[in-house]
Design a protein around this ligand. Structure first.
Ligand code: 5GP
Length: 230
């Protein structure tokens, strides 16, 4: 094992350019303060990730997934993760609502991009381009590419979810460096996005766990069934 994350494990393979990403049933929130095992979560998030990476690939976005190996495992290109998390928001929610005292659900005129430092030790603080460059987290051209690509990815995924009666409220995207290329990396799951039922506003993402709104396993199973990827 190369790396043990909060909800995924990364394994080496015989090929130094490839890794195996294994999705586990672990759910965490508030930087690991709250945690639980959610039956089936690994399988569901692996299936959703596979489906969504195919969706963004169809829009010409290069990503790290090579193949699905099993119900919970993906073969991926080995990348060096850029330690900057890119959040795209279509409506105010979560930390944005808190930081600026904007009611959750307030629609934003156009999707906006925020950058955060990927650091558990620092609790993923908000950062701007100048500080990220000054700290050596990313080059300026990389940040420009990350932000532009994230808007394309977000638009593609918003259209996908809208087709299933679901609104993509916000999401976090991560990228990796691989032999001079920047690839969309990590996962695309309801752990790292806010998804609201377009009609009822019901939350269909990890906020169900963070805020004790119901059974996360049932929520994720229903979500997978809705997109027909079960
Ligand atoms: P917020 O900044 O409002 O807490 O999060 C914005 C969006 O990015 C949400 O969809 C949230 O799930 C996602 N996000 C932000 N940081 C993280 C993180 O460290 N891990 C995960 N899984 N998602 C995150």
């Amino acid at each position: 094992m190369l790396y043990q994350g909060k909800s995924k494990q990364v394994f080496e393979t015989d090929d130094p350019r490839r890794v195996v990403l294994r999705f586990t049933d672990r759910a965490t929130a508030f930087n690991g303060v709250k945690e639980a095992q959610i039956g089936d979560k690994g399988r569901i998030n692996c299936a959703i990730t596979t489906r969504l990476f195919a969706e963004v690939a169809a829009r010409g976005v290069q990503h790290h997934v090579v193949d699905q190996l099993s119900a919970t495992e993906l073969l991926c290109e080995r990348v060096e993760i850029v330690p900057v998390e890119v959040v795209v928001r279509s409506r105010a929610a979560g930390s944005f609502s808190k930081r600026y005292a904007v009611a959750e659900g307030t629609r934003l005129d156009q999707p906006l991009v925020e950058l955060f430092v990927k650091s558990d030790a620092l609790n993923d603080p908000l950062i701007n381009d100048d500080a990220a460059v000054a700290l050596g987290l990313a080059r300026r051209w990389e940040l420009a590419f990350l932000k532009e690509t994230s808007l394309v990815v977000h638009q593609a995924l918003a259209a996908f979810w809208a087709g299933h009666g679901i609104e993509l409220v916000d999401a976090k995207y991560e990228y990796g460096r691989a032999e001079g290329r920047l690839l969309l990396a990590d996962e695309l799951t309801p752990d790292g996005a806010r998804l609201w039922d377009a009609k009822t506003g019901e939350k269909l993402d990890k906020d169900v766990f963070r805020r004790d709104l119901g059974d996360l396993g049932d929520t994720y199973r229903a979500l997978l069934a809705r997109i027909g990827a079960a």
